[in-house]
Design a protein around this ligand. Structure first.
Ligand code: ADP
Ligand code: MG
Length: 543
């Protein structure tokens, strides 16, 4: 028999625990949701494993989650018959911060700014949330691997935890939460029942509270859209994405041929990358006949769609598909194509039905669409339909689509014009615009650095070239006659010669042109392959 071993939490975990324990966050009941979601994950993993593993410890156990409350003892216990943990996994999973939720939380805390309490509510801190209500947390567990021992992990959430061998454990994990004096409400059956009913309706395994079944198990994505209420979609999103916001839009899409697909895709309220937590993991989970294959599959959808949450289930997938083989699978490629196209279509329809909601989405998520135009050649044109810009014809703050721009083009306008600048103001007050305004040509105002790349990758829209209005070779119709006296040919030649002498090597050429109507002179870009902004960016990147 080994003695109990005391270990220190990783420094980052200590930080998280310190915030969690001392926070005044009021929605403490979320710890139940976190523990149930972990139990559900552990059962999903087991279900997948059982497809290939013959030798599983306690193999006859039914997949279920049992919550029990004990008012007298002041405890709440969450038990699952999932994959469990061995000693090394206890150390890795509960003693370090290798997993997603708390990592994001900590990073956001370090970024500073927001109040810590709010951040707990925005991220959830996973397993550690139990310490919001606990004097002590005990984890009894046995791994699915038959040759492992059982263990008891325990901690009071200060700086250390203890691991001890424990005989007689069933497969899975049993989390015993010894409640703080002022949190004893969570040892009351009625209180816990209302929390479970709120948060855990979509747990895909039987969930019992003190022996009474709480949920109706059903995969929402397999139902037909007419059977599902708005409330159910919202709750499902929160459960599935472990999210604390509400979804903005969703797409419930099913098909039988050529592929069987049942999917539910969500656009979230919050853009998590705005918190500076770095790149998000893909958020659409891959299922085959309700069996979870991969929670965060890389390569299922294009990378720019990583903000999308949800579920894709296809009975046509091979169950043993691995992360590595995913991108090589022609079925996955087909799934990806269909879903991306449908999702983009849904966004376009949203804009038609509720332009305000779409605009708000666009303001928060346009970076992904723009990334898509640059990186996803096969969907470039469809994504471009969703791009929106201010223009010389919109009011400040109002945006227009490229398609709408095209409808405003006169019969003899061939190209779509845009101007890059740091703001609407700086573009509007610069010398480039007047040449276009005076000829009645609309110019898009492009202010996001990535837009330079968007424009050059896109190249054209609806058969019309996208042309930067500061290009030297823009062909413009004659300007309306301006007042005042023009220079004679001779005077003009003399003036341009003089200017060229003064500017020397800094310019290619100085010419007299009819482009301008008010300003005396303008610097134009003669390099067709690179704009001044790109050159500036390259310089900044030291190239
Ligand atoms: P997350 O669920 O985002 O990974 P958590 O803090 O909720 O983060 O959980 C940390 C890790 O601990 C999980 O990734 C999992 O490996 C492990 N874990 C937690 N609860 C259980 C459980 N009931 N059974 C097996 N493993 C668990
Ligand atoms: Mg979790």
């Amino acid at each position: 028999e080994k003695k109990p071993e005391t270990r220190e939490f990783q420094a980052e975990v200590k930080q998280v625990l310190d915030i969690v324990v001392h926070s005044l966050y009021t929605d403490r009941e979320v710890f139940i949701r976190e523990l149930v979601s972990n139990a559900s994950d552990a059962l999903e993993k087991l279900r997948h494993l059982q497809l290939t593993e013959k030798n599983v410890f306690d193999d006859s156990l039914e997949p279920e989650i049992n919550v029990t409350t004990d008012e007298e003892a002041g405890t709440i216990t969450i038990q699952d018959f999932g994959i469990g943990m061995n000693e090394a996994e206890l150390v890795e999973n509960l003693g370090t911060i290798a997993h997603s939720g708390s990592k994001a939380f900590l990073k956001a805390i370090k970024e500073g700014g927001s109040k810590n309490e709010n951040l707990i509510g925005q991220f959830g801190v996973g397993f550690y949330s139990a310490f919001m209500v606990a004097d002590e947390v005990l984890v009894y567990t046995h791994s699915w691997k038959p040759d492992e021992k059982g263990y008891c992990w325990k901690s009071d959430g200060s700086g250390v935890y203890e691991i001890e061998e424990a005989d007689g454990q069933r497969r899975g994990a049993k989390i015993v939460v010894k409640l703080k004096e002022d949190q004893k409400e969570f040892s009351k059956s009625d209180r816990v029942k209302s929390v479970l009913e709120n948060y855990s309706a979509f747990v895909p395994f039987p969930l019992n509270l003190n022996g009474e079944k709480i949920n109706t198990v059903g995969a929402l994505w397999l139902k037909s859209a007419s059977e599902v209420t708005e409330e159910e979609y919202k709750e499902f999103y929160k459960f599935q994405a472990n999210a604390f916001d509400e979804p903005r839009f969703w797409l419930h899409f099913s098909a039988d041929a050529p592929l069987e697909i049942n999917s539910l895709l969500f656009a979230p309220q919050q853009n998590m990358e705005q918190f500076g937590i770095g790149r998000m993991e893909p958020g659409v989970s891959l299922y085959c006949r309700k069996v979870l294959i991969d929670r965060h599959p890389e390569g299922l959808l294009p990378e720019w769609m990583r903000f999308v949450r949800g579920v894709v289930d296809s009975a046509d997938l091979p169950l043993n598909i691995s992360r590595e083989s995913m991108q090589d699978s022609s079925i996955v490629r087909k799934l990806s194509k269909v879903l991306t196209r449908r999702f983009l279509k849904m966004l376009g329809e949203k804009d038609k039905k509720d332009p305000d909601a779409f605009r708000d989405f666009y303001q928060n998520f346009s970076q992904y669409l723009k990334e898509g135009v640059v990186s996803d050649a096969s969907n470039r044109e469809s994504i471009a339909k969703l791009l929106r810009y201010e223009s010389s014809r919109t009011e400040a703050g109002k945006i227009t689509s490229l398609a709408d721009y095209v409808t405003r083009m006169s019969a003899d306008q061939k190209d779509i014009y845009y101007l890059f600048g740091s703001s609407r103001q700086s573009i509007a007050s610069g010398p480039y615009l007047e040449a276009f305004e005076s000829r009645g040509l609309e110019v898009l105002f492009v202010t996001d650095p990535i837009d330079e790349f968007v424009m050059s990758h896109l190249g054209e829209f609806d058969g019309k070239k996208l042309v930067s209005a500061d290009r030297q070779d823009v062909e413009l119709p004659d300007a309306p006659e301006s007042e005042g006296e023009a220079l004679s040919q001779e005077e003009g030649d003399e003036l341009s010669k003089w200017v060229k002498e003064k500017l020397g090597e800094r310019v290619n050429d100085v010419v007299i042109s009819k482009r301008l109507t008010e300003s005396p002179a303008v610097v134009l870009n003669s390099d067709a392959s690179m704009t001044p902004q790109m050159r500036r960016m390259m310089k900044a990147m030291n190239q």
